[in-house]
Design a binder for this molecule. Structure first.
Ligand code: ADP
Ligand code: NI
Length: 218
């Protein structure tokens, strides 16, 4: 078991260095929160903690949004890294599968996870996109990409393909309708659903209030 703890510690270190200076909502703090939440969900749901924790630590290792839409780089990088620290092939395959399938791909695109560990990590990642932290991350991402906070003449678009979702450049309030407010109904695990419910409520109240203030009604 000691080697498992060592893989996790080495991977945590590696990822912390990789994400240094990243200011778009994909910083190491996000990875840390997803790691801790994955631990909690994996424990509650009886998933393999080593696989879930490695999946969480490596899930954003090469996000497609920062590689011209290429979503094959992440699993490749995860495999290279896990090989370099001597992880066994079964662990590598399970973690690679999580990294390859975790991402949100548009309102109308299903993103099923193949394993209980993957379900735990996907829930943890999505929980970090909603609630108070999620609101902060959305505006931070929008600022990083020079997007408007809101524009009343641009309604949300329910993307039905990953291609269309990738090209999206809408304002940040639209992102709440195109993704964030949909996440609670896409949670995999009971633990995830329970936590999402409360965060969703908070976020919905925030958006309602934002739009009221925008119109000068609050
Ligand atoms: P996932 O890990 O499910 O793929 P993302 O990597 O797409 O999630 O998102 C990372 C963070 O950036 C999230 O908090 C998300 O809400 C935010 N984000 C992504 N796209 C946008 C956008 N178009 N506008 C505002 N925030 C965004
Ligand atoms: Ni993430």
């Amino acid at each position: 078991m000691a080697s498992h703890d060592e893989w996790i510690e080495k991977t945590r270190d590696h990822v912390e260095h990789l994400f240094e200076g990243e200011g778009s909502g994909h910083d190491y703090q996000h990875i840390y929160r997803v790691w801790k939440m994955s631990q909690r969900i994996a424990e509650d749901e009886g998933a393999n903690k080593t696989v879930a924790e490695l999946g969480a630590l490596l899930h954003d290792i090469a996000d497609w949004k920062f590689h011209d839409g290429d979503d094959t780089i992440g699993p490749k990088k995860a495999e290279e890294w896990l090989n370099s620290i001597g992880a066994d092939q079964s662990t590598i395959d399970q973690v690679k599968d999580i990294v390859a399938t975790i991402s949100y791909k548009g309102a109308g695109v299903a993103t099923p996870m193949n394993s209980l560990e993957g379900k735990a990590v996907q829930d943890a990642d999505r929980l970090d996109a909603i609630g108070a932290v999620g609101i902060g991350r959305a505006f931070s991402y929008g600022g990083n990409k020079n997007r408007l906070m809101y524009h009343p003449d641009e309604p949300p678009v329910m993307h039905d393909s990953f291609e269309a979702y990738k090209k999206n450049k809408g304002h940040t309030i639209n992102h709440f309708y195109e993704k964030l407010l949909l996440l609670k109904d896409r949670m995999n695990t009971d633990t995830g659903k329970r936590i999402a419910e409360e965060r969703h409520q908070y976020m919905q109240e925030y958006v309602d209030r934002f739009l009221k203030e925008w119109d000068g009604h609050a």
